[in-house]
Design a protein around this ligand. Structure first.
Ligand code: RAT
Ligand code: ZN
Length: 418
């Protein structure tokens, strides 16, 4: 008997390698920047913010503990004292399961012993094979005092790890960042005059070349406005967009993050706010020769983003980002995007900060993509257009990174379905 439609879609989605277009993972040659292991999984900031609501100790006590003790507290709070039903908790369970470990029969010391026996190189291969990843796009910041020296020293690149230039401090912390740029040899002033904008472009060009960046990216607060009489608007107009045009780079905007809503939670303390997508509309309209990759953190922005993408072919929506990376919202957002954009978007990125997390992020994402795509193919079949396996394969390759890469290259869609 022929496979059912969901079985065909599932087989193809599972077998298609994915280009993970936004993560916080690093090239293995960057050493300790690439995190992995059970303690890192447990102190992931998604889990820390959940644990902080129910932990028996104060936050001050938690932060003063060692990493292993912090992991113990998260494990006790979220896995022992309560059931791990949240998406981030389920992620730890899926990850361990994918590695052949039963979290119910292995306490933390046993899990640590298992991890201690893994060889890093082999572990990276194992994880990438199991998650079926073709490439991992990093988030690379010249402003990070720990990361920058690794690039200054230089290293042999692992071709599976590709770079993307992250420029938040340049855009959201001007003029303070101008002082730092001067220490790096760029003749900038606090005033954004033509000379300074030229030097900012030189900085962007230098780092784009140094890391072989695929695109340039920033996360923005809900208050971001454009056009505007502001440093950030001047920097985007006078430096970032010309740089992107000159170097064939897309500009990724991650919109709607409120940083440090609760600073006591440190990295776990960021929140969400509704972004003004009028700013995005104005950018796309004023700069048809620039390409914009956009993800929004607020659920409330998702519909407007999709409608804008129908109007502007230079806008590519991507990912169900951070607080929207939950099954209910992924179903809703991915369905809406398929219904209004067809396959011309990238449904997901992992945002993994710990290598092992790609195991759960992609297992969960693949399952949801299968579900939503199967429903859409069934609906169009009922209307009189049954898709072939080759067409499903074409679409899935497109959704799992192929369309993203073509958008980055500036090329238009090919008509060839194979
Ligand atoms: O999802 C996350 O881990 C967040 O902390 C952010 O890093 C976000 O993805 C970002 O890139 O700013
Ligand atoms: Zn991220």
């Amino acid at each position: 008997m022929a496979d059912s439609l969901p079985a065909r879609v599932s087989r193809i989605v599972q077998a298609t390698p994915v280009h993970d277009i936004h993560t916080h993972l690093y090239d293995p040659a960057q050493g300790e920047l690439l995190l992995w292991g059970i303690d890192e999984l447990l102190v992931y900031h998604y889990l820390v913010s959940e644990a902080s609501r129910q932990m028996e100790i104060s936050l001050e006590h938690f932060w003063s503990a060692t990493r292993q003790e912090q992991a113990d507290w998260v494990w006790k709070t979220l896995f022992i004292d309560h059931s791990p039903v949240s998406e981030a908790c389920r992620g730890v369970v899926t990850t361990l399961n994918q590695l052949g470990l039963d979290p119910r029969n292995n306490d933390l010391p046993r899990l640590r012993t298992w991890y201690a026996a893994q060889k890093p190189d082999r572990f990276i291969d194992l994880v990438m094979e199991k998650a079926n990843l073709a490439s991992i796009c990093m988030t690379n910041s010249p402003f990070d005092p720990v990361e920058r020296p690794t690039w200054d020293r230089g290293f042999t690149r692992d071709p599976r790890f590709v770079a993307a230039l992250r420029i938040d401090p340049l855009l959201v912390a001007w003029p303070e960042t101008s002082d730092w740029l001067r220490t790096q040899g760029y003749a900038v002033t606090r005033d954004l005059n033509p000379q300074t904008l030229g030097e900012v472009r030189r900085f962007l060009a230098d780092w784009t070349a140094r890391i072989d960046s695929r695109y340039c990216m920033v996360s923005l607060p809900p208050s971001f406005a454009w056009p505007a009489d502001s440093d950030i608007a001047r920097l985007i107009e006078g430096a970032v967009l010309p740089h992107c045009r000159d170097h064939g780079q897309a500009f990724a905007l991650m919109m709607g993050v409120k940083r440090a809503v609760n600073p006591r939670l440190r990295m776990a303390g960021d929140g969400v706010g509704c972004a003004d997508l009028g700013a995005l509309q104005a950018l796309c309209a004023a700069h048809p020769e620039n390409r914009f990759l956009v993800t929004c953190l607020a659920r409330e922005n998702q519909h407007e983003l999709v409608v804008l993408a129908r109007k502007f072919p230079n806008l590519h929506p991507f990912g169900c980002w951070w607080f929207t990376n939950t099954p209910q919202l992924i179903r809703e957002i991915t369905t809406m995007r398929l219904e209004l954009l067809g396959t011309s978007f990238t449904p997901q990125h992992s945002d993994a900060r710990v290598l092992d997390q790609v195991l759960y992020k992609w297992q969960h994402s693949r399952a949801l993509l299968t579900e939503v795509l199967s429903e859409k193919y069934a609906a169009v079949a009922a209307a009189g257009w049954a898709v072939t396996d080759a067409e499903i394969q074409r679409d899935v390759s497109e959704l799992l990174g192929g369309g993203f890469q073509r958008f980055l290259s500036g090329a238009r869609v090919s008509a060839d379905p194979r």
